[in-house]
Ligand binder design. Sequence first.
Ligand SMILES: Cc1cc2nc3c(=O)[nH]c(=O)nc-3n(C[C@H](O)[C@H](O)[C@H](O)COP(=O)(O)OP(=O)(O)OC[C@H]3O[C@@H](n4cnc5c(N)ncnc54)[C@H](O)[C@@H]3O)c2cc1C
Length: 387
Amino acid sequence: MTVFPGFTLPDELRVLREQIRRFIREEIVPLEQRLDPDAPGLPEEDYERLAARTKAAGLWALGAPEEHGGGGLDTFSMSVVLEEMAQHRMGLYNVGCGVFGRYPPPAIWAGTKEQIKKYAEPTVREGWRTFFAITEPSGGSDPAGAIQTRAERRGDRWVLNGRKVFISNAHHARWGLVWARTGKDKGRAGISCFIVEPGTPGFTAKNIRTIRTAAIPNDVTLEDVELPADALVGAEGQGLDLAFDLLVKNRFPYSATNLGVAVAAHRMAIAHAKQRSTFGVPLSQRQAIQWMLADAEVEIRACRWLIWEGAWKADRGEDARVEASIAKLYSSEVLGRVVDAAVQIHGGYGVSKEFPLERWYREARVRRIGEGPSEVHRMVIARQLFR
Ligand SMILES: Cc1cc2nc3c(=O)[nH]c(=O)nc-3n(C[C@H](O)[C@H](O)[C@H](O)COP(=O)(O)OP(=O)(O)OC[C@H]3O[C@@H](n4cnc5c(N)ncnc54)[C@H](O)[C@@H]3O)c2cc1C
């Protein structure tokens, strides 16, 4: 589905959004209410059952290419849809690994037909968990400078040695992508991308406990991990280009999940302010509260337009790298501010595990670090200004 954004969304997209809203209300929220509020994800059995219902409802993997078993929605439509899909307790976990589909790391789409058939397609179809491993102990913001993991060619094999940190889901993924140095070039051109299955001898993953509940990150060690020659994705030395070029488009739907949770928190704050009275007056009549909510409303609307405009440009094939950084930066910061205000307006209930706010508050903090810290996105935007 290709859409042209205007002030009114096309009917088919509005119908889809309404269907997702109903699905969340009827299928996901009641299930989440029965679970431990700190559960890292749905128990496997519930996940399987819910995923089957998502598939039956035609809501599974909407963003994956149609020819590879997905719904074929463009970046703009996915941004609209994911704003809605994120509006539940585990919503921030939804992009790429929730009950609406699990997507492979985008760089795999640059792989060979065989790689796509063996790894990407079953991931889309079956909902396999995957991981991508770029960050190392020496740093994640500047992978071109920091990656030290080496991949050496020995006969018809590649042998990987090194360490990766903060790798989400590596402990229970079916496969993943690992970026390693192959050439002599000390910068970007020396880095390549490999498909690695965690069961391969020499691969170990240990959980790193963080404030985030879902998609647990891991400390991964690669010790003489032997891979077949065809584990290389794309050309030698092309690894980081693949990672970043393909990530750009993904940043809009990713940002939309930030927006979706901000919208949900804001809606809760408005409802609470209407029904809660202090000193004999509803909170909604206090200017201090009204201003918090008014500021949140402005930021949410601005955020939506930044995401939509950038996604629309990306779909038209325009260079949307700066727009992707703007969307990621602004949405993660708006999310933090809006959830913080919602927690404050809820008082003690804001930090109680009875409501999803405290979980969103913790997970929102990570969103300003992962997928490029805010400062790195500001750097990308500023570079463009001074070009
Ligand atoms: C929960 C979680 C899950 C993650 N999942 C994954 C994953 O699945 N795969 C993966 O590869 N990585 C993952 N990461 C790693 C994440 O991408 C990195 O944490 C991030 O890229 C920052 O790298 P770093 O932590 O090494 O910080 P550094 O690169 O050391 O940066 C530290 C801080 O320095 C500042 N900074 C950096 N560069 C600049 C600059 N140019 N100008 C000004 N300030 C700057 C920023 O404030 C930054 O936060 C995850 C991280 C977390 C917390």
